[in-house]
Design a protein around this ligand. Structure first.
Ligand SMILES: *[C@@H]1O[C@H](CO)[C@@H](O)[C@H](O)[C@H]1NC(C)=O
Ligand SMILES: *[C@@H]1O[C@H](CO)[C@@H](O)[C@H](O)[C@H]1NC(C)=O
Ligand SMILES: *[C@@H]1O[C@H](CO)[C@@H](O)[C@H](O)[C@H]1NC(C)=O
Ligand SMILES: *[C@@H]1O[C@H](CO)[C@@H](O)[C@H](O)[C@H]1NC(C)=O
Ligand SMILES: *[C@@H]1O[C@H](CO)[C@@H](O)[C@H](O)[C@H]1NC(C)=O
Ligand SMILES: *[C@@H]1O[C@H](CO)[C@@H](O)[C@H](O)[C@H]1NC(C)=O
Ligand SMILES: *[C@@H]1O[C@H](CO)[C@@H](O)[C@H](O)[C@H]1NC(C)=O
Ligand SMILES: *[C@@H]1O[C@H](CO)[C@@H](O)[C@H](O)[C@H]1NC(C)=O
Ligand SMILES: *[C@@H]1O[C@H](CO)[C@@H](O)[C@H](O)[C@H]1NC(C)=O
Ligand SMILES: *[C@@H]1O[C@H](CO)[C@@H](O)[C@H](O)[C@H]1NC(C)=O
Ligand SMILES: *[C@@H]1O[C@H](CO)[C@@H](O)[C@H](O)[C@H]1NC(C)=O
Ligand SMILES: *[C@@H]1O[C@H](CO)[C@@H](O)[C@H](O)[C@H]1NC(C)=O
Length: 799
């Protein structure tokens, strides 16, 4: 009765007892509660009981099951059971399969269970066993050692250097002890376990070399030693008898794989992960024999070679292909349409040539940091979601075939030599003569990038007007066009077409004309950078409509949060530039994804005139404001002190006049202030934070204002001196180099990213799926649900 909702059926034991011949009872995820007891029961032939995924939340493990002595298979995974093991389970002497994964039980099964002599499979994954491997083996009833076939102890907080004790379990065919704290070496006598088909020791602290005896395990199909501290050399001998091997993972160790170029492997792999092993400098020839392989990860393996000719055809069936972080050279083939790859990672190599026609299947492509120089005309790749192409030498224009990539989510083309304009993607513009005599403009969308959230075109040579393509990107969140030669006025449709924009960066271009008033309709905007253009006229009114900046607790939309691209998130954090530089406190700061949390307005280096709008004070979320190098006149708004979070304020090189408002000294987080080269006059306010700024040369904040007087500039004010400058405000945060925002960012990002990466890693990353879902096919949905049900508990310690 898998998934049948039985919440509220309190006496469910009695309900099933009326079926005395019941042999198999599956009440998986039924919302059951703790039963009273099975003591006086009629279920004398019940052999298989699966109660997984019911939240019993009982402090005692199920003593109530002690009476069902006919049981051969008992599954209680993810039942939120805690406390210690129930002694009464010891009466289940016939038990063969015992699955107790994902509970909160402390410690190992006690001696009381030593009568379970028929045990064949024991699963304690995700409990807190917190003892060493020897004790774990000792707690398994010794009469069952010869029978035990499956021992599954992933993420169970197992320690110690005593892995070799598993060799007492001579019948083992599945051994999973991944994500524990085992140290010591992989035992030499591993060869004793001749039936082993599945060996997963991933993510421990195993050291030493990989014993060559591993090559005698002829039945082995799955071998994962990834992410330990193993060292030494892997040779052909390690593989000599592994004719059944399908999956291998040696990644993230200090291993060197030295294999003769004429060697013919005995196996046909489906998946190989050798990232961070040393395979090079020549491209390993033995891979040529692995034609059916579906996943190949050889990132950062010291390859200094041309990509071999056979590469693309041999690996045509691969779905996940990672050759990043090597020094592989050569042109890419013009057409890769015949491949089946979904994720193709080639970043940080020396690849040249054009970006080829891509497979229909591809979703993620990262070829950043290479030397590619253009696009083929027809890109193919109807399913492409995330092309990451920054830091190449791509010149010319973006081909119109990009208009067919309707599933695009993130497009990063920054730091290339692209020029002219973006394709318009076939939008028809219909100008209609309105009956009232006014013209209305209507756009008929032929194609539309409904899903694109991030478009990064900075550091290129584009020279068109504001790209019309952007009219059809309604989901856009991050837009970065900085450092190009875009010209013309900003269109009024900017806020209607992209209502969700969080970041709009147009700095260092050649935009001109007035800043359209519609820009104040960008309610979600947190980062607005129009600096270093030719904008003229006034700062448009209604600045208070920038709602996200008007709040100190804006909830940001994160472009990476959608679950389908969960797996890309970690990639991006690790490898893509992901960084947007921000000039703050006169330093260029790389903010990475933290940029999402930086609230800033930069209108510097334009020809803006008029006054600073008084309503500016409603943007209480602002952290950085830069209006320098314009032609602004009038006073500094008297209420500027309301912007409590401001850390960086630059109003220099304008025509501001009048006195510096006293409220400036209320800005307790201020770390950078520049009011130089204006026409300010009167006494410089002092006190609080203001006296701690720029202590090397405090006068530089005020130079070029002939009318100013008082500390810290030499000019004395007429009249009696006011209070001497006070010392540091005691309420201020300590100066430890970390600003308040950095700190905040750190904790928020750390939390969010950590949880998402690990969680989605488990659910979606292929390698993990192998590890956790691989041999448990028959339990497919159970496992999925349990990880949902218990993920909080699971990851609590890591977050
Ligand atoms: C377990 O077995 C012992 C001895 O066979 C018996 O005394 C005890 O009542 C049993 N416990 C349960 C819960 O059936
Ligand atoms: C795990 O068990 C150990 C020893 O029993 C205990 O000290 C520790 O607090 C437990 N950890 C958690 C997260 O429950
Ligand atoms: C692992 O066990 C140690 C002590 O044995 C304990 O301090 C620690 O909290 C445990 N960790 C987890 C994640 O349960
Ligand atoms: C278990 O294995 C260890 C190490 O291999 C060995 O010293 C010990 O004698 C074995 N115990 C039994 C009962 O076989
Ligand atoms: C890993 O093992 C080494 C010794 O091999 C030890 O120095 C180090 O502290 C261990 N690291 C962890 C995280 O246990
Ligand atoms: C490898 O293990 C270390 C700690 O032992 C962990 O911090 C790191 O995230 C792991 N890497 C992978 C890829 O699992
Ligand atoms: C005419 O223009 C006005 C204002 O631009 C608009 O509200 C109205 O819908 C238009 N009428 C037609 C028939 O397009
Ligand atoms: C036509 O446009 C003018 C200015 O562009 C506007 O004042 C007028 O209200 C519009 N008329 C209608 C009927 O929308
Ligand atoms: C309306 O469009 C027509 C044709 O494009 C143009 O001649 C006319 O000047 C426009 N009228 C207004 C009020 O913009
Ligand atoms: C940018 O384009 C212009 C002409 O459009 C060209 O003169 C200039 O060399 C280009 N700059 C770069 C860096 O390619
Ligand atoms: C910037 O645009 C103006 C016209 O708005 C043009 O005269 C000027 O040449 C452009 N400058 C560059 C560097 O493209
Ligand atoms: C901006 O102002 C400067 C100096 O006042 C002037 O030289 C320049 O031509 C102006 N640019 C524009 C686009 O108005």
């Amino acid at each position: 009765m898998r998934w049948v909702d039985l919440t509220g059926v309190a006496d469910w034991v009695h309900r099933v007892e009326v079926l005395p011949n019941l042999a198999v009872l599956i009440l998986f995820c039924c919302g059951l509660t703790v039963p009273s007891s099975f003591v006086h029961h009629n279920l004398t032939v019940l052999e298989e009981l699966d109660l997984s995924g019911n939240q019993f939340s009982s402090p005692d493990t199920p003593n109530w099951l002690g009476g069902v002595t006919s049981l051969k298979s008992l599954r209680l995974a993810g039942c939120q059971l805690s406390g210690t093991f129930a002694n009464k389970l010891g009466n289940l002497t016939l038990l063969e399969n015992f699955d107790f994964g994902f509970n909160n039980v402390d410690g190992m099964i006690p001696g009381a269970l030593k009568t379970m002599c028929n045990l064949k499979s024991l699963d304690l994954t995700g409990n807190n066993i917190s003892t060493d491997m020897k004790e774990v083996i000792d707690s398994i009833p010794s009469c069952s050692w010869k029978n035990l076939q499956q021992l599954i102890l992933d993420s169970a907080n197992i320690t110690g250097t005593t892995l070799h004790f598993v060799s007492n379990l001579t019948s083992l065919n599945i051994l999973q002890v991944s994500h524990n704290k085992l140290s010591g070496s992989v035992p030499m006598d591993i060869g004793v376990l001749a039936n082993l088909t599945y060996l997963d020791l991933r993510h421990n602290n195993l050291s030493g070399s990989v014993p060559v005896e591993i090559g005698t395990l002829t039945k082995l199909t799955y071998l994962d030693l990834g992410n330990n501290t193993l060292s030494g050399v892997i040779t052909e001998d390690h593989f000599i008898g592994l004719m059944n091997l399908k999956y291998i993972d040696f990644s993230d160790n200090n291993l060197e794989v030295i294999i003769d170029s004429h060697w013919v492997p005995p196996f046909k792999l489906e998946s190989a992960c050798l990232s961070s092993c040393l395979l090079g400098p020549k491209f390993p020839k033995w891979l040529h024999w692995q034609k059916g392989i579906r996943e190949l990860m050889i990132s950062n393996t010291g390859l200094v070679d041309r990509v071999p000719d056979w590469f693309w055809t041999t690996f045509a069936e691969v779905t996940w292909l990672d050759i990043s972080l090597n020094q592989l050279s050569g042109d890419l083939p013009i057409n890769l349409e015949f491949m089946s790859v979904v994720t193709l990672l080639m970043q940080s190599n020396l690849l040249t040539g054009l970006i080829p026609k891509l497979p229909r299947t591809i979703k993620l492509l990262d070829i950043s940091r290479n030397f590619l120089n253009g696009f083929v005309e027809d890109l193919g790749a109807q399913n492409l979601q995330v092309p990451v192409l920054f830091s190449n030498a791509i010149s010319g224009t973006i081909p119109t075939s990009i208009c067919r990539l309707q599933k695009l989510r993130i497009l990063d083309l920054s730091n290339n030599l692209l020029s002219k304009e973006l394709p318009d993607c076939g939008q028809k513009e219909l100008k209609q003569q309105n009956s009232s005599g006014n013209n209305s403009t209507k756009f008929i969308s032929v194609s539309s990038f409904l899903k694109i959230t991030t478009l990064i075109l900075s550091y290129n040579n584009f020279s068109s007007g504001f790209p019309l393509l952007l009219r059809q990107c309604p989901s856009l969140i991050f837009l970065d066009l900085t450092q190009n030669r875009f010209t013309g006025e900003l269109p009024g449709w900017i806020s209607k077409a992209m209502p969700g924009l969080v970041m709009l960066r147009l700095g260092s271009n050649n935009f001109s004309g007035h800043i359209p008033v519609e820009i104040m309709g960008l309610h979600a905007i947190c980062i607005l950078d129009l600096s270093d253009n030719n904008f003229v006229g006034v700062i448009p009114p209604y600045i208070e409509n920038l709602k996200a900046l008007s709040s100190t607790d804006t909830i940001f939309r994160d472009p990476f949060e959608e679950e389908e691209i969960g797996e890309y998130r970690s990639l991006r954090m690790g490898t893509a530039n992901g960084s947007f530089t921000v000039v703050m406190k006169e330093k260029v700061i790389e903010y990475g994804e933290n940029i999402v949390y930086l609230m800033s307005i930069d209108l510097s280096r334009n020809n803006l005139t008029g006054e600073i709008p008084e309503k500016l004070s409603s943007l209480v979320g602002l952290i950085s404001l830069n209006l320098s190098s314009n032609l602004l006149s009038g006073n500094i708004p008297y209420n500027i002190g309301i912007l409590q979070l401001v850390e960086s304020l630059d109003l220099s090189r304008n025509k501001l006049a009048g006195e510096i408002p006293k409220s400036l000294s209320d800005l307790t987080y201020l770390g950078y202030l520049n009011l130089s080269y204006n026409n300010l006059s009167g006494r410089i306010p002092s006190g609080h934070q203001l006296d701690t700024l720029n202590t090397d040369d405090p006068a530089s904040m005020y130079v070029g204002n002939p009318g100013l007087c008082g500390h810290p500039i030499p000019m004395q004010c007429p009249g009696p001196p006011t209070d001497p400058p006070t010392n540091k405000d005691p309420t201020r945060l300590p100066e430890d180099g970390l600003s308040q925002i950095d700190f905040l960012l750190g904790s928020i990002i750390g939390f969010v990213a950590g949880a998402w990466m690990v969680f989605f890693g488990l659910l979606f990353m292929t390698r993990w799926r192998y590890a956790y879902f691989g041999l448990l096919d028959r339990l497919y949905d159970r496992f999925y649900v349990i990880s949902i049900v218990t993920w909080q508990k699971w990851f609590r310690p890591r977050v």
